[in-house]
Design a protein around this ligand. Structure first.
Ligand SMILES: [Zn+2]
Ligand SMILES: [Zn+2]
Ligand SMILES: [Zn+2]
Ligand SMILES: [Zn+2]
Ligand SMILES: [Zn+2]
Ligand SMILES: [Zn+2]
Length: 325
């Protein structure tokens, strides 16, 4: 019996020491995040598992171990930026897009701005250029497209009022005020030895000379407040002449003409022609007298004609249309 126990003991001891010593664990597999290091031969393990190798989460993936694929948490939410004219809604994290771009809202180009998007301010091409129209007396240089103006209106260029017309702009023809108001006192002519007669701005020998009237020229005379001067008009200019160099009446080539006084033109509304001959041809017309005007009338040898003087022009007019005053 003692022998059996001793044998059994020996067997147990030998088994124990066999299993404890037979693998020397010479080669190990590296530890991973799912298992510690393992003996390549016997599979015995020893030590700790390694740490997971976590990769950051993104919009499509949660935090993930690059080694074992284990995940933690959930993917990130997209961070959407607003859509604009050229870009759809876009994730600022991953660049994913949704929908489509809004598109520009183009505003037509004008003189100073190119075609422009009213939403984002993007421009295309160039501004048109102004279409300048010349300024006038009352309007500055103006663009016909956008109405923008440049500089100032040029202003009227006034010529002084005369006996026959008010102050008048020589550029646009606008008139202002009234003609010089003076009383007519008949026809006269320049009666100097040979010189032309000065016409002055005011009835004074030292006043500015505004014109010069040749000898023997017929002129209309108007009273002025200085008895030794007349107011008259010659070639569209009004001025004063000295009475001592004026002869009363009409200077004509006919010595036998005599003055009948003033007469009034009475037509059915049309103008009456002054003619350089006693005929009704177009060639004979040298001037016109508006209906209702007063003229100086002289007798001539033919009763169907008068010799008249009106507004610097003398000649024949039909006596049918002139009523002596
Ligand atoms: Zn081993
Ligand atoms: Zn892992
Ligand atoms: Zn995203
Ligand atoms: Zn835009
Ligand atoms: Zn313009
Ligand atoms: Zn003007």
């Amino acid at each position: 019996m003692k022998k059996t126990i001793a044998l059994s003991l020996m067997l147990i001891i030998s088994l124990v020491s066999f299993s404890g010593c037979s693998c020397k664990h010479e080669e190990w597999n590296e530890p991973t995040c799912s298992s510690p290091k393992t003996c390549k031969e016997c599979g015995a393990s020893e030590g700790e598992k390694s740490e997971h190798k976590w990769v950051d989460a993104d919009c499509n993936n949660p935090v993930t171990c690059s080694e074992c694929g284990e995940t933690a948490g959930s993917p990130l939410e997209h961070i959407w930026s607003d859509a604009d004219c050229e870009n759809p809604v876009i994730c600022t994290l991953c660049g994913e897009t949704a929908g489509s771009a809004l598109g520009h809202e183009w505003v037509e180009p004008d003189c100073e701005n190119p075609q422009t998007c009213s939403k984002c301010g993007k421009t295309l091409g160039k501004a048109l250029s102004h279409k300048w129209e010349k300024g006038s007396c009352t309007e500055p240089k103006t663009c016909t497209r956008c109405k923008k103006t440049q500089g100032k209106a040029e202003g009227h260029k006034w010529s002084a009022a005369t006996l026959s017309q008010p102050k008048k702009c020589t550029v646009c023809g606008k008139t202002e005020g009234t003609a010089i108001n003076a009383e007519y006192c008949g026809t006269g002519y320049v009666d100097t030895a040979k010189d032309a007669l000065n016409m002055r701005k005011s009835p004074d020998v030292s006043a500015e000379i505004v014109g010069s009237i040749p000898k023997d020229t017929n002129i209309s005379l108007y009273y002025c407040d200085k008895y030794d001067w007349y107011l008259t008009e010659y070639k569209g200019v009004t001025g004063y002449v000295r009475a001592e160099y004026i002869a009363y009446g009409l200077h004509t080539e006919f010595s036998d003409m005599y003055y009948l006084g003033t007469g009034t033109v009475k037509t059915k509304g049309s103008e009456l022609y002054i003619r350089n001959a006693k005929d009704y041809s177009d060639d004979s017309k040298v001037g016109v007298i508006p209906n209702g005007k007063t003229v100086d009338v002289y007798y001539c040898d033919d009763s169907s004609w008068y010799y008249v003087y009106y507004n610097g022009v003398s000649g024949y007019s039909s006596s049918d249309y002139i009523v002596l005053d």
